[in-house]
Design a protein around this ligand. Structure first.
Ligand SMILES: NC(=O)c1ccc[n+]([C@@H]2O[C@H](COP(=O)([O-])OP(=O)(O)OC[C@H]3O[C@@H](n4cnc5c(N)ncnc54)[C@H](OP(=O)(O)O)[C@@H]3O)[C@@H](O)[C@H]2O)c1
Length: 285
């Protein structure tokens, strides 16, 4: 049975599938098959990044799929090493070439580190030239997001941040809403940390609806109007994760899930100076 995805409308009118597919940590040699399987499962939005090292493989899968370009929503991200106005412009061209496309649907500043204001100026130009349908950011905490908005022309369409049952970002989402920035979750399953897939609350709610924990989590996020891009290398899980539009969580179930929030990352704090230094020194080519 064909599953109908939902679209969200970004602040510039561009429409984006609320459910997409992420390829972080999928090795280059496996990515073409994985993306081919994801497209066959019905995904049309693919999230990659220059730093994932698999843009070329994503591009091969897109080309082989025969799916018209306008039916796809392709996102990639600019790494810290390549911030700066000229460098960002060059890296954008490199990403386009690797992906085998002539425009991006969404281009994100991967981290609020390095000379990212210059990158944003380059991205604003590319956006005004029609080479990117929407520009956005990732891992921006509220202070960085508000500052970028205040001192630039284009408001980011999207902020992709860690968002899952243990780190729910309700206040951050509210702030983004006030600024008309769409929240997008990375790590919707917290990559399985804190035993997410056997969490008793999520398991219990799933059993009421005949759904898995993964489906409950994706349904909960999309019911909050959070864009999701779950990753899986397994076709049966891709199909399962796509099948979330035929049930609804009650207010009481949403409240129970809200109770799982710890308000903290399960990975690392992007504002920890040691982590800032580590990320800033990471070379991707
Ligand atoms: N902007 C950023 O800084 C940033 C950071 C991290 C991630 N992201 C993006 O967000 C995407 C998603 O986040 P993520 O990949 O970090 O983690 P995630 O989607 O939270 O979790 C992926 C893990 O869950 C497993 N899984 C998937 N579906 C499942 C299911 N139905 N049942 C049981 N296990 C399941 C996968 O295993 P299998 O693959 O073996 O199925 C994998 O181990 C990434 O791929 C990337 O595109 C962005």
């Amino acid at each position: 049975m064909a599953v109908q995805n939902r679209l969200v409308t970004l602040n510039n009118g561009v429409q984006m599938p609320i459910l997409g597919f992420g390829v972080f940590q999928v090795p280059g040699e496996q990515t073409e098959q994985v993306v081919t399987d994801a497209l066959a499962a019905g995904y049309r939005s693919i999230d990659t990044a220059a730093s994932y090292g698999n843009e070329e493989a994503v591009g091969r899968a897109i080309a082989a799929s025969g799916i018209p370009r306008e039916e796809l929503f392709v996102t990639t991200k600019l790494w810290i090493q390549h911030t700066g106005e000229d460098t960002a412009r060059r890296e954008f061209d490199t990403s386009l070439r690797k992906l085998g496309v002539d425009y991006l649907d969404l281009y994100l500043i991967h981290q609020p580190l390095g000379d990212y204001y210059s990158s944003w100026r380059a991205m604003q130009k590319l956006y005004s030239q029609g080479l990117i349908k929407a520009i956005g950011v990732s891992n921006f905490f509220p202070d960085r997001l508000v500052d970028l908005i205040q001192h630039n022309d284009v408001i980011p369409a999207v902020n992709q941040v860690e968002t899952h049952p243990f780190f729910q970002r309700h206040a951050d989402q509210q702030l983004m809403r006030e600024h008309r920035v769409q929240i997008e979750s990375w790590g919707p399953f917290a990559e399985g940390k804190n035993d997410l897939f056997s969490n008793p609350t999520l398991t219990d709610i799933g059993s009421v609806h005949g759904k898995s924990v993964a489906q409950v989590v994706l349904r909960w996020l999309t019911q909050r109007d959070v864009v999701v891009i779950p990753k899986s290398v397994r076709p049966e899980r891709m199909a399962q994760n796509f099948d979330i539009f035929d049930f609804e969580l009650s207010d009481e179930e949403m409240t129970r899930i809200a109770g799982l929030d710890t308000g903290e990352t399960v990975f690392f704090d992007h504002r920890d100076p040691k982590m800032v230094q580590w990320l800033g020194g990471r070379r991707v080519d």
